[in-house]
Ligand binder design. Structure first.
Ligand code: FAD
Length: 481
């Protein structure tokens, strides 16, 4: 058995692992990344939010991403509760877009970029065990495809192992599932499907159906990714009398948008299934370790937040680790900053997704259940309390006192409903009163505020610290430029 050491060991080479590893290596530290699979490897999670592009800029990979030919995505189209509507991410004066990506190609670009930044990448290499000493990970046992075992010691462990959750599941034992989003997803790829004839260019279509909801994502190789999301109990009930293919095909038939896009198309891949994928760890970091991306938490894919959270948390973790290794902040300051920053970003998205479910006014059983469960999830976890605390800038929420779980979701839901109704009436803006236009704009700003990330500016500092990318990536203290 070979033995060796590194400063930072990163477990997993998905978007979270590659981002974190590349940014720490660029700061001059020794980084080793172990990835179980051989890339390119398949992965779900194809629709990216525009916020990912900000991280690509910091990584210095934006040009490569732009040149690759991924489908550009200018917004989203919803057929939600029988009401079609859409929104563009940007405005004519401030264009904003995301991408629809084939993840095997996207993840390969990110991992190759990490190599160019000096990361020592080992594919086909699984991290089997981690040795903890006094609650701090000190070394790990790696096994490669030939069964050769290696022991590696390190100063910091970054767990980017995705749903596997190496630390959360095996060492910390603290992953909690969200009952509201205890869902099952079934998806496949279509050839010769039509492109959405309405809505923003390259949009994802998200459509509610009586049993759940469906997505349709156009990819740059001409295929269409389309999936179905159901609550676990509904899925289990249906499985008693139907095959996976029957469940999926019935859903397509009941979804006017996906049925329209695929009526002359062929299903050219087997169905893929993912279950129980919404969870959160009680701690996102601790002495000498950081959980990034899905290794820490994962939210319902409804608003395509997964890769955004993976790359955002990767960037924040890289800044925290780099500052710790340079001795600018203590280990404790760094891990507490990281936990609070990522948790807040995650909580915000959780609240947005929950409020989004609440805006569904139809009578469909899936949404009724999701609404009840999200409310319960709120009171259970005191999420609303935490959310109000971190959202002190929002005037509309200031008057919430006592038990905010009673008030928060209805208020946010109203806010979203009004915002979407304003966006939907775009073709009537020219004839609206100035007062209504101003109200609509103010409401949209509020919605944008809710979705804004923490920790990246002095104004959004957490525990007196924030992330700065220049002149080096790291944490800065408020008041010290
Ligand atoms: P991953 O991408 O899962 O990477 C983890 C890596 O770790 C893997 O390559 C794995 O092989 C490796 N690994 C695991 N264990 C070990 C080990 N012990 N040793 C070494 N390597 C290991 N997100 C979006 O942004 N948009 C979407 O449209 C979207 N749709 C989704 C639809 C569904 C049904 C689901 C379930 C998720 C969706 N997501 C979406 C979420 C998205 O897939 C994830 O959030 C994202 O991939 C997280 O990136 P990551 O780097 O944290 O984890």
């Amino acid at each position: 058995m070979n033995e060796r050491s590194t400063q930072v060991l990163v477990v997993g080479g998905g978007p979270a692992g590659s981002t974190t590893a590349a940014l720490i290596a660029r700061e001059g530290f020794a980084v080793t990344l172990a990835e179980r699979a051989s890339f390119p490897r398949y992965h779900i999670g194809e629709s990216l939010l525009p916020s990912c592009l900000r991280v690509f800029d910091v990584l210095g990979i934006r040009e490569k991403m732009e040149a690759h030919g991924f489908q550009r995505k200018d917004g989203a189209y919803f057929d939600w509760g029988g009401e079609p509507w859409d929104f563009e991410f940007g405005t004519p004066s401030r264009p904003l877009y995301g991408f629809q990506v084939i993840r095997s190609e996207f993840d390969q670009l990110l991992l190759d970029h990490a190599r160019t930044q000096g990361v020592e990448v080992h594919e086909n290499t699984e991290v089997k065990t981690v040795a903890m000493v006094d609650g701090r990970p000190r070394s790990a046992r790696l096994v490669d495809e030939d069964g050769v075992t290696r022991e590696i010691s390190f100063e910091i462990l970054v767990d980017a192992s995705g749903r596997t959750g190496l630390m959360a599941n095996h060492y910390l034992r603290q992953r909690r599932f969200h009952e509201a989003f205890r869902n099952v997803a079934l998806w496949a790829y279509w050839t010769d499907a039509k492109r959405l004839p309405i809505g923003p260019y390259g949009a994802i279509a998200t459509c509610s159906i009586p049993t759940g909801w469906m997505w349709a994502i156009p990819l740059h190789d001409g295929t269409l990714s389309s999936g179905l999301v159901l609550h676990r109990t509904t899925f289990q009930e249906m499985r008693k009398y139907a095959t996976l293919e029957e469940i999926y095909r019935d859903a397509v038939t009941s979804c006017r948008v996906v049925a329209g896009l695929t009526d002359e198309a062929r299903l050219t891949t087997p169905l893929r299934v993912e279950t129980d994928y919404s969870y959160v760890a009680e701690r996102f970091s601790g002495p000498g370790y950081y959980l990034v991306g899905d290794a820490a938490c994962f939210l319902d894919p409804l608003l395509s937040t997964g890769v955004h959270l993976a790359t955002f948390s990767g960037m924040v973790a890289a800044a925290a680790v780099s500052s710790t290794l340079r001795g600018e902040v203590s280990d404790l300051e760094s891990t507490e900053f990281y936990d609070a920053s990522y948790r807040r970003a995650y909580l915000r998205m959780l609240v947005v997704v929950s409020a989004f479910y609440q805006t569904h006014t139809g009578r469909d059983a899936y949404f009724k259940k999701a609404q009840q469960l999200t409310r319960r999830d709120y009171s259970d976890a005191n999420l609303a309390q935490a959310f109000v605390k971190i959202m002190s800038g929002l005037e509309d929420l200031r008057d919430i006192e006592g038990d905010p779980s009673q008030d928060l979701l209805p208020k946010l839901t109203d806010m979203y409903r009004e915002h979407y109704s304003f966006v939907r009436k775009r073709d009537q803006w020219a004839t609206m009163s100035l007062e209504d236009i101003n109200k609509g704009i103010a409401r949209s700003r509020l919605v944008a505020d809710v979705q804004e990330d923490f920790s990246l500016t002095p104004e959004t500092a957490v525990n007196g610290l924030y992330v700065a990318a220049e002149p080096s990536l790291g944490l800065r203290r408020l008041g010290h430029a």
